[in-house]
Design a binder for this molecule. Structure first.
Ligand code: GDP
Length: 208
């Protein structure tokens, strides 16, 4: 599992703080409490990887985790060039209006211009999928022809039949609204259901 080497790299709260735009990265979005941290931790086989994204003050930043291939050649090692990017969960503690606007503008610019961005993972609670925020994020990706993949998390809350029913319903809605560059699967950070499938998707986008 190449994602298991994920290490916290940096947090960016404006364009200048982003790492050089020359590599591959996959962004993770989700409403707060959807299970995004648990999903990242499960995919990277780490217990506290995404905790840093929840530190107060980091909730309005893009948090970069480095999953670059290890370098064993002579020094100097190349710049890291493969990242997982944790987008702040929407719905955290209220922030002042001007910060909110700054944040929107930053996110907007990131999605429109970031060349390294190869795909978007949207984490949604299987019981409450496709809220406004989820649609906004999927819209960003699709408007740039970036592939997106939805995780219906906390699938363990449902029986198999109910999971399949919800999966088909969401798939139908996604394809109708965003076309077939958006895929979807069931997932559980708790039971680890769907972790391999999600990891394969992300590693494919990263060229790993
Ligand atoms: P985030 O805010 O999106 O990062 O969400 P977290 O990963 O912190 O999870 C929010 C809450 O949902 C926590 O109480 C988790 O224990 C719980 N949770 C996350 N993933 C799962 C899951 O797959 N199954 C169940 N049953 N609970 C989950």
């Amino acid at each position: 599992n190449h994602l298991a080497r994920a290490r916290y790299l940096l947090s960016a709260h404006n364009v200048k703080q982003l790492p050089p735009d020359g590599g591959f990265e996959v962004a993770f979005a989700g409403r707060s409490n959807a299970g995004k941290s648990s999903a990242l931790n499960a995919m990277c086989q780490q217990n506290a990887l995404a905790r840093v994204s929840k530190t107060p003050g980091r909730t309005q930043q893009l948090v970069f985790f480095d999953v670059s291939l290890p370098y064993r050649g002579p020094d100097p090692a190349p710049e890291p060039d493969k990242f997982l990017v944790d987008l702040p969960g929407y719905g955290y503690a209220k922030v002042p209006q001007n910060l909110q606007a700054h944040w929107q503008a930053f996110l907007d610019r990131y999605f429109r211009t970031r060349q390294a961005l190869r795909g978007l993972v949207v984490v949604m609670d299987i019981r409450h999928p496709l809220k406004d925020y989820d649609r906004q994020m999927l819209g960003y990706a699709v408007s740039r022809d970036l592939p997106a993949h939805a995780l219906l998390t906390k699938a363990d809350k449902f029986g198999r039949g109910q999971q399949q029913q919800q999966l088909m319903m969401v798939r139908k809605e996604l394809n109708a609204a965003f076309g077939d560059t958006v895929s979807v699967q069931t997932f559980s950070g708790e039971s680890k259901q769907g972790v391999d499938e999600a990891r394969e998707k992300v590693m494919g986008w990263l060229g790993l």
